[in-house]
Design a binder for this molecule. Structure first.
Ligand code: PLP
Length: 386
């Protein structure tokens, strides 16, 4: 079966109730038939039995299995949030004295982990510019353990050639970790290009309706085994209820991503050349600086586009205030179109230079294009620009 079908047809084994839709295993622990079975469950780590939902739960396992099938991964593990997926990946694979090479254009909280928390435990980092991949190799040191990228990045929509970076990582025996949250496995499968671990904030397009938080990491079996032990013991586990919601959502991920992308491309094309804007950025616009890489590794451009208002910071605030129904919120990947102005909100605490370094210009508007009729969306945006 193809991944589109597997995302719909992969399901926990049907129970005696003969349910059609997948059941929810809302339970913290599981029972045993005998004291011997219970002892064996604790003694032998390789037994396929559920013990406690911090380590395994059928609803969580179903969600993870689907993501593995969609990403082409051997194994996976779920986490309570996307940030728990990022943090667990770092904590499992780096130790005091190690070094991480990362793109500077990463989500704000990932930037905080790299710059504020990991240095407290003696883990150093070096940033590279996504627009200068030729500088990556020069940053690698003897103690470099892990290389981290987001592509497309949030919110700058920078794109990096996954195969190019994977080859460098292989050459230097470094773990290559990709945050695939903006593309989703319906659009891009980084493992195919050589990534070792792929992680997601499932809170975004995977959920698709802005309801629950979640995260997931997939990759090689031996790497996931190490992450399993970290998560089992430290507890950033996904709740069965959230996993059930997310697993149902994956059934529609492919059709949703197609529609998010066709709406986004339609809007991006309509906005290109608008007199109030300096530029419009979307991976599948030929004007995107990394368009050639995008068409090589993405099946469509995803649901996020950005544009720069000539009127700058004040223009950004004014644009948001002029919206009548389009949502003003910092989430993304929802069926509802969302506008945000990073310079006056999520990234307002950074200095102008720090914002510039990650591509956040004063008038940058990030649009998470939803599933509404594209003409309604563009009319709303053009009205606000006017
Ligand atoms: C690219 C990216 N990675 C990770 C995260 C963190 O995910 P969560 O909010 O589920 O912790 C986000 C959240 O916006 C994100 O955009």
């Amino acid at each position: 079966m193809r991944p589109e079908t597997l995302a719909i047809r992969t399901q926990t084994e049907r129970t005696g109730e003969k349910e059609h839709s997948t059941p929810l295993f809302l339970t913290s622990s599981f029972v045993y038939d005998s004291a011997e079975d219970m002892a064996a469950a604790f003694e032998d780590d390789t037994l396929d039995v559920n013990i406690y939902s911090r380590f395994s739960n059928p609803s969580v396992d179903e969600f993870v299995k689907k993501v593995c099938l969609m990403e082409g991964a051997e194994d996976g593990i779920a986490t309570a949030t996307g940030m728990a997926a990022v943090f667990s990946s770092f904590m499992t694979f780096v130790s005091a004295g190690d070094h991480i090479v990362s793109a500077s254009a990463v989500f704000g909280s990932t930037h905080a982990i790299l710059t504020k928390y990991l240095p407290k435990w003696g883990i150093e980092y070096s940033y590279f510019d996504m627009n200068k991949p030729e500088t990556i190799e020069g940053l690698i040191k003897k103690n470099t353990k892990l290389l981290y990228v987001e592509t497309p990045s949030n919110p700058g929509l920078d794109i990096i050639d996954l195969k190019f970076v994977a080859d460098i990582c292989k050459k230097h025996n470094i773990l290559f970790v990709v945050d695939n949250c903006f593309a989703t496995p319906a659009v891009q499968q980084p493992i195919q290009f050589g990534a070792d671990l792929v992680l997601h904030s499932a809170t975004k397009f995977m959920d698709g309706q802005g309801r629950v938080l979640g995260g997931v990491v997939v990759g090689k079996k031996d790497l996931i085994k190490q992450m399993y032990l970290f998560i089992r013991n430290t507890g950033p586990s996904l709740s069965p209820f959230n996993a059930w919601v997310l697993s149902k959502s994956l059934e529609t991920l492919y059709v949703r991503m197609d529609k998010h992308a066709s709406n986004a491309l339609y809007i991006a094309k309509k906005l290109e050349g608008h007199p109030a804007l300096s530029w419009v950025k979307y991976p599948m616009l030929e004007s995107h600086p990394h368009y050639k890489i995008a068409i090589k590794q993405m099946s469509n451009g995803g649901g996020i586009l950005t544009f720069e208002l000539k009127a700058g910071l004040d223009g950004g605030r004014k644009f948001l205030n002029n919206l009548t129904w389009l949502s003003m919120t910092n989430n993304l990947g929802d069926s509802r179109t969302i506008a945000s102005h990073p310079a006056s909100t999520t990234h307002s605490k950074l200095t102008q230079e720090e914002r510039q370094a990650v591509g956040i210009t004063p008038g940058l508007i990030r649009l998470s294009v939803g599933l509404e009729h594209p003409d309604d969306i563009i009319e709303e945006i053009l009205g606000a620009l006017k």
